[in-house]
Design a protein around this ligand. Structure first.
Ligand code: C2E
Ligand code: CA
Ligand code: CA
Ligand code: CA
Length: 278
């Protein structure tokens, strides 16, 4: 048993080494990538399923590594977060997304621009000044920016979080709770958070219409959002049945592969035109 224990330990430690090495590799490459601008943003349309209008876009970061090719955000965002590099990277995302949004506005394709804020950025004391500087530099009307936050980011020090949310709201920015229903949260706090929108997580949507529980949870989240006068967006919508279920339950804003995956900025205008013809 002892020998086995040792082998097991050896096995785990090799796995840990591999994980630690990958982490270190990504961390080093991230520093280079920021300097060499290896990132792009893609934009996923948020569509009103009733009017087929695009009401906004979510900016999602894409990393094209010169040797590794595409590295998905789930492989590096948490490392950028842990090392603090996310503050610099997040500032780039903000500026790029706002710059693109003002281009869209100039083309008569206004809409919200949502960006994902990480916990580290949210807590960063420079957040408010970064936001106002970017608004000035890019001519972005603050009310078109939506910042997506997760429940877990808000639940640590709730009073500090509420204060920070109010500071952000003072700039005129809108706030969304991302992945709603998956994190630690307390409904009693929800009404104290000055947020504008809930995003129903894909995990609840993906098995509609097969999973009865998921349908009930989704319907309940939508009903609750409406009672609290929050806008609600369903994420990860892939099928017509899901769109219809959501419509029946009064949720008209949807985001997901059914309408469009995240696309390059250069494809956005053509997407809007195609949608109008549907
Ligand atoms: P998220 O904020 O929940 O973003 C939605 C994710 O679902 C995106 O994955 C999107 O491509 C994917 N998705 C959208 N529609 C569908 C669908 O119909 N079916 C399926 N299966 N997936 C769909 P992505 O782009 O890989 O991003 C993953 C996560 O990485 C994001 O989850 C977000 O938490 C994080 N992330 C992405 N960009 C940024 C960023 O600029 N800053 C920060 N802090 N985090 C980011
Ligand atoms: Ca998001
Ligand atoms: Ca989400
Ligand atoms: Ca997510």
């Amino acid at each position: 048993a002892k020998a086995k224990g040792r082998n097991t330990f050896h096995f785990y430690s090799q796995e840990l080494d591999a994980a630690a090495n990958e982490r270190l590799y990504i961390e080093n490459e991230l520093r280079i990538a920021i300097k060499e601008r290896q990132f792009r943003l893609h934009y996923q349309p948020q569509v009103n399923s009733k009017t087929l209008e695009v009401i906004g876009y979510e900016a999602l970061i894409r990393w094209y590594h010169p040797e590794q090719g595409f590295i998905p955000p789930d492989k590096f965002i948490h490392i950028a977060e842990a090392t603090g590099l996310i503050v610099e990277l997040g500032a780039w995302v903000l500026e790029e997304a706002c710059g693109f949004s003002t281009q869209l506005q100039a083309m008569g394709k206004a809409g919200n621009m949502s960006i994902n804020l990480s916990a580290r950025q949210f807590k960063d004391e420079r957040l408010i000044s970064t936001l106002s500087e970017v608004f000035k530099r890019t001519n972005m009307p603050p009310h078109l920016l939506h910042l997506e936050l997760t429940e877990s980011m808000l639940m640590g020090n709730v009073e500090a979080a509420i204060a920070q949310l109010h500071e952000i709201k003072k700039l005129g920015v809108a706030l969304s709770i991302d992945d709603f229903g998956t994190g630690y949260s307390s409904l009693s706090y929800l009404k104290r958070f000055p947020v504008d929108m809930l995003k129903v997580d894909r995990s609840f949507v993906k098995d509609i219409p097969e999973d009865q529980n998921d349908m009930e949870i989704t319907a309940a989240i939508i009903a609750m959002a409406q009672k609290l006068q929050l806008q609600v967006v369903a994420e990860g919508v892939e099928t017509k049945e899901q769109v219809e279920f959501l419509q029946k339950n009064n949720c008209f804003i949807v985001q997901g592969y059914f309408y469009s995956p995240p696309i390059a900025g250069s494809e956005v205008a053509a997407f809007c035109e195609r949608l109008k013809l549907k």
